[in-house]
Design a protein around this ligand. Structure first.
Ligand SMILES: [Ca+2]
Ligand SMILES: [Ca+2]
Ligand SMILES: [Ca+2]
Ligand SMILES: [Ca+2]
Length: 330
């Protein structure tokens, strides 16, 4: 049996020989710490409290100091977790949209590692709306596009971008723009709007461009078919440009109007671009130029003009657009 002192010495040597290689290995590596943030994925209301989970450690077993940026300013100067809940830090944002949470871990060897994650405060996407006076146009003629009808229910729209050649990339900005095409055809245009929280929405509109070549002469002396003893003598005259199924009114006049004639006029049909509400016009002149110039109709659309005056029977004049032909006026 070995003396007691020898036994203690041997035990010490054994302990040292077991510990020595591990200690040398640790000193040689000095690994950086690890920090991982885990932001909640749901969207919160402004001002609502949210918790960000995190994990931090130094693989060498040393202490890790963590500093926080919880207010989106990029500076690690904000409070850390409540000691009672050491693995989650509390965040609260009042402005809508995305916010970045950042944490920086420093170990006792001075190694620095940072991580970040993004939280979102609830914000609704905007709605993109393209308004055009007419989806029909003529070659080399500008077509106005208006995006001011776009809306954001919980903020404002801060960006308007246009894709005017339909290739999916947005090359123009601003709430209003114009476009012109050199050749007849169908042209898609796109709009992308961005709200103040960075949400986007898009809208598309197809424009049809026609050739302004088929121009027909004035329609004069259209025969009035209804026989009445006291027939309203209003007589229509018109000049129209017809291209395919698009008919544009270049001029329209009623002559031989009885005194105090009252006129309503409106358009019926899917291609009516303006004037679907009746407009009363009171004229005491014998000739009245209708403000229909520039109106465009598609084949089948009808403009109705109701002429009413004391002592005469009400008369309704119908101008019906036809594909490739002068409109029918009756
Ligand atoms: Ca370390
Ligand atoms: Ca900060
Ligand atoms: Ca919004
Ligand atoms: Ca484009």
């Amino acid at each position: 049996m070995l003396p007691k002192t020898t036994t203690i010495l041997l035990s010490l040597l054994a302990a040292l020989s077991a510990a020595a290689p591990a200690a040398a290995e640790t000193r040689g590596v000095e690994r950086p710490p690890d920090v991982q943030l885990n932001c909640p994925t749901i969207q919160y209301e402004p001002g609502q409290r949210m918790l960000v989970d995190f994990f931090a450690m130094d693989p060498d077993g040393g202490d890790v100091a963590i500093s926080w940026d919880m207010d989106d300013d990029g500076a690690y100067d904000d409070p850390g977790p409540d000691p009672a809940w050491p693995n989650e830090n509390e965040a609260r944002f009042t402005t809508r949209g995305p916010h970045t949470i950042r944490a920086k871990a420093v170990d006792d060897e001075g190694h620095e590692v940072a991580d970040e994650c993004v939280v979102r405060i609830l914000d609704h996407a905007p709605k993109a709306v393209i308004e055009v006076r007419s989806t029909y146009g003529f070659e080399n003629t500008t077509i106005g596009l208006d995006a001011t009808g776009s809306q954001d229910r919980d903020g404002t729209i801060v960006g308007y971008e246009w894709d005017l050649d339909g290739d999916g990339s947005y090359e123009q900005s601003g709430p209003k723009t114009t476009v012109a095409f050199p050749k007849p055809g169908r042209y898609p245009v796109g709009l992308r709007v961005t709200d103040d929280a960075g949400n986007t929405a898009t809208a598309q509109q197809s424009l049809r461009v026609s050739s302004l070549v088929a121009h027909i002469g004035a329609i004069r002396g259209v025969k009035v078919t209804k026989k009445r003893t006291k027939r309203n003598p209003a007589k229509p005259h018109g000049r129209f440009s017809v291209n395919g199924d698009v008919t544009r009114i270049d001029a329209f006049t009623l002559t031989r109007l009885p005194k105090m004639a009252v006129m309503d006029y409106w358009c019926e049909g899917s291609g009516c671009f303006r004037g679907t509400n009746p407009v009363k016009q009171l004229r005491t002149r014998a000739i009245f130029d209708f403000p229909l110039i520039g109106w465009e109709m598609r084949a089948g659309d009808t403009i109705l003009i109701k002429v009413d005056c004391p002592g005469f029977k009400v008369r309704t004049i119908r101008i019906t657009a036809r594909a490739g032909q002068p409109p029918l006026v009756r």
